[in-house]
Ligand binder design. Structure first.
Ligand code: KIV
Length: 280
């Protein structure tokens, strides 16, 4: 079972073999993804919304990313594990960005970091890559800029915005990124960006023309708070299944149907009872 590396992902692009990616934040789900053949696991800062009940990703800390990424990276062998650099861990200075990227790699065992932003982040991407850390870029809808973007909106719909996005994608590649997440852009633009780059694109709401796809696990399981964007496909409604299971448990406990005899430990020959009986 060969570890997925940056070289392998580049080879997949050349071969036209689609890259499969998902987000995970803990060991059990990471292991299940490995069993299912997922190539790349992103420990996204979406953890803030998916697991910590936050309204956006902005409050996610380095410590939280380290905790979740360590659990994921310890659990899997084959998939590449990429960790998101949280808001304000890479924007202040190149030096701070390299330091934080280094911490994510050293303390988690992940293979790469991801950061949001285009041309303006070129020097930062270059500095991290020069430190020997593979960097995944992220353009289009960049959730850490939600307030600047005026909400979670599709990007690159107008010709000028599309041109800027293509320039951003090329700048990220030139700066040394090994792959690029394209989020919430028209499918046509996703295909154009993919064709104009040598590095693989991983789309989320960017159409079927990307080199790979990624979804937030909690979205595909229907367990994140809705409403969901159009690009989300609910593969299984785990929320409904879990709520039904919890209801059944509540009913059974209230009606004294759980625990049943097979869920109880039993004393040999009724020993404790005879001891109590003798003492009386
Ligand atoms: O944080 C995240 O989960 C992401 C994906 C949406 C790509 O950045």
């Amino acid at each position: 079972m060969d570890k997925i590396t940056t070289l392998k992902l580049a080879e997949f692009k050349r071969q036209g073999r689609k890259i499969t990616a998902l987000t995970a934040y803990d060991a059990p789900f990471a292991r299940m993804m490995e069993d299912a053949g997922v190539d790349l696991i992103l420990v996204g800062d979406s953890v803030g919304m998916a697991m910590h009940g936050k309204a956006d990703t902005l409050s996610v800390t380095m410590d939280e990313m380290v905790l979740h990424a360590r659990a994921v990276a310890s659990a899997v062998k084959r998939p590449m594990v990429v960790v998101d650099m949280p808001f304000m861990s890479f924007q202040v200075s190149k030096e701070k960005a390299v330091e934080n990227a280094g911490r994510l790699i050293k303390e988690t065992g992940a293979q790469a970091v991801k950061l949001e932003g285009g041309e303006k982040l070129s020097a930062t991407i270059r500095a991290i890559a020069d430190a020997g850390i593979p960097v995944m870029g992220h353009v289009g809808l960049t959730p850490q800029s939600v307030h600047q973007l005026g909400g979670y909106r599709v990007q690159g719909k107008q010709p000028e915005a599309a041109r800027r996005l293509i320039a951003d994608a090329k700048a990220v590649e030139k700066a040394g990124a090994f792959s690029l997440v394209l989020e919430a852009v028209p499918a046509e633009l996703g295909a154009v960006v993919t064709a104009s780059l040598h590095i693989p694109t991983i789309g989320i709401g960017a159409g079927a023309g990307c080199d790979g796809q990624i979804l937030v696990m909690h979205d595909m399981f229907g367990i994140s708070d809705g409403p969901h964007p159009r690009f989300v496909k609910t593969y299984v409604n785990m929320r409904e299944q879990a709520v039904n299971a919890f209801k059944e448990y509540v009913d059974e406990v209230r009606d004294a149907r759980f625990p049943a005899a097979e869920h109880c430990y039993h004393a040999r020959d009724g020993t404790p009872l005879s001891v109590v009986a003798k003492k009386r």
